[in-house]
Design a protein around this ligand. Sequence first.
Ligand SMILES: Nc1ncnc2c1ncn2[C@@H]1O[C@H](COP(=O)(O)OP(=O)(O)OP(=O)(O)O)[C@@H](O)[C@H]1O
Length: 652
Amino acid sequence: MKATAARRWTGALRSPLGITAAVLLAAVVLLAVVAPLIWSGRADAVQSAEILQGPSSAHPVGTDLLGRDILARVLVATRLSVGLALLATAIGVTAGLLLGTANVLLGRWIGRWVGTLINIAVAFPSLLLALFFAVIFGVGAKGAVLAIGFATAPGFARLTQTMAATVSGRDFIAAARVAGIGRMRILVRHVLPNIAEPLIVSATMAAGSALLAFASLSFLGLGVQAPSYDWGRLLGEGLAQIYVHPAGALAAGVAVVLAAMAFNLSGEAVARAIGLRSAQTGRRTEHTYEPPPADPEPDGPDQPLLAVENLHVTFPAAGGPVTPVRGVSLSVRRGEAIGIVGESGSGKSLTALAIAQLIEHPGRVRAERLEFLGTDLREKADHRRLLGTSLSMVFQDPMTSLNPTQRVGRQLAEVVREHQGADRRTAWRRAVDRLAAVRIPSAERRAKQLPHEFSGGMRQRAMIGMGVMANPQLIIADEPTTALDVTVQRQVLQLIANIRAAERVGLLFISHDVTVVGQVCERVLVMYAGRIVEDLPTDALLHDARHPYTRALVAAVPDMTTDRNAPLAVIPGRPPDPHDLPAGCPYAPRCLLATDRCRREDPALTTYAIGRRVACWHADQAPAAIPDNRTTVPDDDKTDDPIAAPLGGERP
Ligand SMILES: Nc1ncnc2c1ncn2[C@@H]1O[C@H](COP(=O)(O)OP(=O)(O)OP(=O)(O)O)[C@@H](O)[C@H]1O
């Protein structure tokens, strides 16, 4: 592998770009080292008889106002010009690295503030920043070095931050965290080596820009001060005589341009070498593919795969924090399929996202327990290790969950490349295998296609294929069939059922459609206003539900006997706004059984039989005695109610 890398670097160096960059850089370095030793005397020799001479054999680009040889001065100035630019770059790169890795070193909260600071700083043009800092740090070489250094820092910090964030999400970092390795060590050992190459390219180019910036500050009189001189100063001095003596002014300018080119072309050449490398092998040479570890059996047969207790999701809002998920408790066992149903806005998706740790800032997730495979998902490092491997998600819209610009097979392959460090070929083979497993015909050929070449159903099957790329033990499917027509819906449901049965995968299936949930799941959790209001086996759904809301949901689903000409059944009213929950039971305003107590006290979810929980003050009433809203609401009310919540999606 090392030999191949060396060959690639040699190849890049032998290209015209590489040769030009190497020659220019070598010349600049050589001059910086030797020019002051050889030409200092000549550069400083004042010759009053030769003031402002044009080019001659004695002075190839003429002399300045004091009769000093301009060429010698330009050559001697190489050391100071390049040295100061490199010093400024070093300051910029160090400050940028510190700011850009604050996330890794100091944690997310401080990292976020630093990120905001960086975002503000990069909004300013760097030359403007340099001028600003030059004024603050004072006129002179020291001030200019600091000014250019700090002006370089934000851009570099932004690049570092973006790349560090990508690497920090990888499993080997999570594994290092789990192993208790300190932040500094993680940064130095794991993060920096993985982002070093692009950072080196960027630093090289930053040196070119620093050189130009330094020349500008010295030219303006803010940089190097007499009697010292750099290219910027020489340019300034030469410019005053440009009409009588143009060569004298141009010499320093040419030197700046050539040296800046040396740095920029070197950066370009390194980038090419790296680009070649990533195109051929990918940049994850540190991992080899290992098949996923044997399923760690949760301790004991009764230990759930997923255990959630008292889950809350809160968002800040204008009138105070709003909590759309308010104390959800559930568990999923190996091979078990649990459905979550409820109207739009009841908190189903947020529950799923919170479990998968996908709630973004400023949302906050709290739970007394949030365990998957015995691992506390509230610990960041732990969930990263599990997400994408043992836990996978299938989202509602196959259009938006697949990247339209990437071949489907590659997107699937990325899962095992990302999470298990599989090499390109192994990952591709598995992608094709999984596509075949989800019954995509001609999987090999289809894997090479883009998502738009797939039908909606095929795309969703591909998504499910992606979900099972890394042998998950729990699939969370959030309305995976809502966007599909009924026939395809059935195929996809069948596929999910097959995978579950064959691989004993746990399933958390979210849908607003109680019929669909009934087809796939053994147990149903009914959500209302951010809480579970009923938990019951699927076969009890039709005739033995205790909560009036569950009964209303079931009653609103059209069946074979429903009059197709009648308006679609609805539950009158609409779910409460999470910003403005009523006192007592949140379903009370829509419930035909509601009493004063219901409007005053919110019933807790209580177990009333094995595997049965309900949150209703009237749960002891015989199910047959609980009216469902559909049968008691006159047709006129249903059609006239503009805010009534429709149920069931398309009619089956
Ligand atoms: N980022 C957010 N900030 C504030 N409120 C949010 C946010 N995301 C969701 N909500 C609110 O949380 C409530 C529950 O949303 P959620 O998406 O979980 O509902 P759902 O039951 O999945 O509905 P649907 O079937 O329409 O997806 C909604 O009232 C929604 O407005």
